[in-house]
Design a protein around this ligand. Structure first.
Ligand SMILES: C[S@@+](CC[C@H](N)C(=O)[O-])C[C@H]1O[C@@H](n2cnc3c(N)ncnc32)[C@H](O)[C@@H]1O
Length: 262
């Protein structure tokens, strides 16, 4: 099951890097990915990086990054949050993005080449096995990626390992406010679409504590209505659409925070 899901996730995001496609696989006005960045942010980075955005939040802004910090973006995709972070940490800081598909890394490097940033590096790797040494990162960001991982405990343990003591996890992710219908949870297309693999809030908090983090919290930044659920379900036909009302308010974008105590 783990291998199958991961293969599907890779396939989906390789294609997304080449063709452009939203996280949920719905149209690009999709309720998860649309309108994440304000006009000031949009002016700071190339349009192509914004177009490649597949996230569900704005972790670089919410994390309140400081000049000189070392930042790591888990599942950096086309690089939108890496580039926004590069601006925030300035030339004395450093930003790494990690992704496991060559196609996303190529897209991210093309977007980087359109900027002047010299403090950015995209690394090939799995977020379950982060290619950085222990205790080296000040802040970990991520945008709509943890939900895609099959072994979330392992990802969180790796995040904890690479953070410096006192370092922060500050990620945007899909978080469930209650259980989704079985038909959605068991459908791999909804897993690659960032929904079926999402954790319920209490499970997320428990996993953060188990990985060693303190002060975990989740703030909802967007809660999907029945109308939003209809947009996500539409490509899957009438049987799926009939579940929209049941999903009212169940899916949210959350800003997930925790600290590795110093
Ligand atoms: C929904 S997209 C989000 C991309 C980016 N964070 C953004 O906001 O545009 C998920 C990204 O995570 C990458 N990814 C998914 N699972 C991964 C894993 N286990 N290890 C490394 N990268 C992964 C995918 O290749 C894809 O680029």
């Amino acid at each position: 099951m783990e291998r199958d899901i991961t293969t599907e996730v890779k396939k989906h995001y390789r294609k997304a890097a080449l063709t452009g496609s939203c996280c949920s696989g719905a149209s690009c006005s999709d309720p998860i990915t649309s309108d994440l960045y304000n006009s000031a942010e949009r002016e700071l980075i190339p349009e192509a990086a914004l177009t490649a955005s597949l996230g569900c939040g704005n972790p670089a802004a919410l994390a309140q990054l400081r000049q000189g910090e070392t930042v790591l973006d888990l599942g950096s995709g086309g690089g939108v949050d890496v580039l926004l972070s590069a601006r925030r940490v300035g030339p004395t800081g450093k930003v790494y993005g990690i992704d496991f598909t060559d196609e996303m890394l190529e897209l991210a490097n093309r977007n980087l080449a359109r900027t002047e940033f010299e403090n950015v590096e995209f690394l090939k790797g799995r977020i379950e096995d982060i290619p950085l040494p222990d205790n080296t990162v000040d802040t970990i960001i991520s945008n709509c990626v943890l939900n895609l991982a099959v072994d979330k405990d392992r990802v969180l343990r790796e995040a904890f390992r690479v953070l410096k003591p006192g370092g922060r996890l500050a990620i945007s992710d899909i978080v469930l406010r209650r259980k989704l219908p079985d038909q959605i949870r068991s459908n791999p297309e909804f897993w690659v679409g960032c929904v079926a693999g999402a954790l319920e809030m209490n499970d997320y908090i428990a996993k953060l504590r188990e990985a060693g983090f303190v002060a975990p919290s989740i703030e909802f930044t967007r809660i999907l209505s029945t109308a939003d659920a209809r947009v996500l379900l539409e490509p899957f036909g009438d049987e799926a659409l009939a579940l929209a009302a049941e999903m009212d308010g169940a899916i949210a974008s959350g800003f997930v925070r925790a600290v590795k105590s110093g």
